[in-house]
Design a protein around this ligand. Sequence first.
Ligand SMILES: [Zn+2]
Ligand SMILES: [Zn+2]
Length: 238
Amino acid sequence: MGCVINAVIDFIYPPRCSLCGRYSGDEEGICPECLSQIHYIESPLCVRCGKPFSHEFATDHFCGECLTRKRYFTRARAVGLYTGIFRKALHRFKYQWKHCLATPLGTLMARRMESFFSDGTYHCMVPVPLHPRRLRKRGFNQALVLARVLSRIYHIPLDRDNLVRTRWTQSQVGLSERERKDNVRGAFTVVESARITRRTILLLDDIYTSGSTVDECSKVLINAGAGKVDILTLARAA
Ligand SMILES: [Zn+2]
Ligand SMILES: [Zn+2]
């Protein structure tokens, strides 16, 4: 009976791809053709920050930046490059609050997570927090929405209110790397250190640009006693 009802619903409201609008045949929200246009990030890449290398290098290694700069996170990985259809999807998800994209984008992250962090066992997932003022304006935290999907799939507890943004920061858009780092310095605080003592944490965000936001969060978590922080984002700016 359920099948009949679903068939009727599909007939009246055929499931459409939320990016290209074509009939997609399933409820995933993004059609296979759009999914195939994403520039997925794969090896060879930087073992620390996940920056993809051109194929002249065969194996993963440290990029120049990660060799010279202290990073507080252990590994950062992203599903795909922030370009083309993926950029469009993230933009719709974040600024137009296309709720139907939350599950397909979160599922995409979950799938890639297996290949990136096959050895990882995480005590908890922590989304990069928004400042309460930005949260009120946007209405939702995109990192939290994605973290919820992953937490459900992997049964990893979600720690959503222990890392907080206590200082208002201007948008990172258009800032240089140096400015981004200064902009987020001292912006985050851990509420209850005991909850993360020696814990292995997966920190989630939507986009990795210069890495200054996720590294500042990692610094605060490590200084509060966390054992290790890995980063997973949907997209990487370059
Ligand atoms: Zn499509
Ligand atoms: Zn690197």
